[in-house]
Design a binder for this molecule. Structure first.
Ligand code: FAD
Length: 401
């Protein structure tokens, strides 16, 4: 019997840990129940940190922890699937194609930034979405130091005023001063189509975010979108022109492209619809989790968001349930009541909210301390020690905040 997991992100990592945990609890050997994790690299990309300086350091190795728990790492990219014969087609690191049969498949392929067809966007916009994107932005910011000093050189437009856009924008002033000199006066402008900044945060936390933006001198343009980009700047939908050498695109996510290969129903974000056990509806043997799945997380209408805390716990439930089905054990419905948001606000601190109504619990330096702990400790893989690693993946306890 074999479980195949596609993706080494937060969901894939916890699917591997949790399925191996149940196998271990039942005393089943890796030969009887093989667990294989497929991804292009044997590393976790710590995506929540990609807005920070030194993005090239934002990865964590997974080979040792996978070996410690008896999970086989398969280097490659899933390209196609035959859901009737339960076979996955992979392209290996050497470019060779091979098939990998599965008894249960867990799709944990994550998400990608949505880049609409706006003139100049593909050529001129940077992002903090994937590791390569963040490294390209960082190189570009360092390259500004050798350009003539102009207002446009020191201006950054951030398109999208959601979580990622705000974290990227509030980090930029200190990043640019570190690169261009402490006397530099960076201009940062967030352009947000909605009439309010942080549209998903609601009215409670918004004044704190607005105060932080004021403190940092970050400007906003609300109720308007970026209409075009060129090498000298951005033009907004209302005709306003902002001369700048840097645009960071941060407006919208979609499930990673491989989700389109699964013959199943998807939502507008390309996420696979799953039942409470995280089985992909109407495709036998296939589970989905993390950013690639749309899952109810309670009985009162809340759905998991594209977030680390949801991906981690969904991964743990998907791994458990895939193993449980093969071992003839009862499955567990995924549920996640606790929901917190911790938004970085650069040198203005952070904001920590609890619950779907986003009640503010901490602000400023206190919230920043929690953010730093989340970003440097909580979201990293467990140690490569079998007992500790398996114990970290109890689905009922993962990200129980
Ligand atoms: C800048 C930034 C800041 C963020 N901040 C926060 C935050 O503060 N809090 C929070 O909760 N979330 C945050 N997020 C969101 C969070 O990073 C994602 O929700 C999380 O990474 C989703 O985990 P995942 O495992 O579903 O997918 P990912 O982490 O995207 O991992 C997907 C994995 O699948 C692999 N893969 C994709 N396609 C294939 C294929 N065809 N074959 C094989 N492997 C494949 C990828 O290589 C990767 O290993 C942030 C994201 C960004 C970009």
């Amino acid at each position: 019997m074999r479980i195949v997991i596609i993706g080494a992100g937060f969901a894939g990592m916890y699917a591997a840990l949790s399925s191996a945990r149940l196998r271990d609890i039942r005393g089943v050997s890796p030969e009887e129940l093989e667990i294989a994790l497929v991804s292009p690299e044997p590393t976790l990309v710590v995506r929540p940190r990609l807005y920070e300086p030194k993005p090239e350091t934002m990865t964590a190795p997974l080979r040792d922890v996978l070996a410690a728990i008896g999970v086989a790492y398969v280097q490659g990219r899933a390209e196609a699937i035959d859901t009737r014969s339960h076979s996955l087609d992979l392209i290996g690191a050497d470019g060779a194609r091979r098939s990998l049969p599965y008894d249960r498949l867990i799709v944990a392929i994550g998400s990608r930034l949505f880049r609409p067809n706006i003139p100049g966007l593909a050529e001129y916009a940077f992002s903090v979405d994937q590791l390569d994107d963040a490294i390209a932005l960082d190189r570009h910011l360092h390259g500004l130091a050798s350009r003539p000093v102009t207002q446009a050189r020191d201006t950054v437009v951030v398109a999208g005023g959601g979580f990622t856009g705000i974290e990227a924008a509030t980090e930029i002033p200190s990043r640019l001063r570190a690169i261009l000199g402490s006397g530099t006066k960076p201009r940062v402008v967030i352009v947000e189509r909605n009439d309010a900044i942080a549209p998903d945060m609601g009215a409670g936390p918004r004044p704190i975010i607005e105060d932080a933006l004021r403190e940092l001198g970050v400007e906003t343009r609300l109720g308007v979108g970026v209409a075009a980009l060129d090498k000298d700047g951005a033009t907004l939908g209302n005709g306003e022109r902002i001369d700048c050498e840097t645009v960071i695109w941060s407006a919208g996510m979609r499930a990673a492209p491989f989700s389109a290969q699964i013959p199943a129903e998807r939502d507008n974000f390309g996420r696979l619809l799953v039942d409470r056990e995280l089985r992909v509806t109407s495709v036998p043997g296939v589970f989905a989790s993390g950013d690639a799945a749309k899952a109810a997380c309670d009985d009162v209408g809340n759905h998991a968001l594209m977030s680390c805390q949801h991906a981690t716990r969904m991964g743990a439930f998907a791994g458990h349930n895939a193993a449980a089905e093969l071992l003839g054990l009862p499955t567990k419905p995924y549920h996640q009541k606790a929901y917190v948001t911790c938004l970085d606000l650069g040198t203005a601190g952070a904001i920590f909210t609890r619950g779907w109504e986003r009640k503010v619990e901490m602000v400023g330096a206190e919230a920043k301390k929690t953010k730093q702990e989340i970003n440097t400790v909580w979201i990293y893989p467990p140690p490569a020690e079998r007992t500790k690693a398996l114990a970290s993946a109890d689905p009922e306890r993962v990200t129980d905040l």
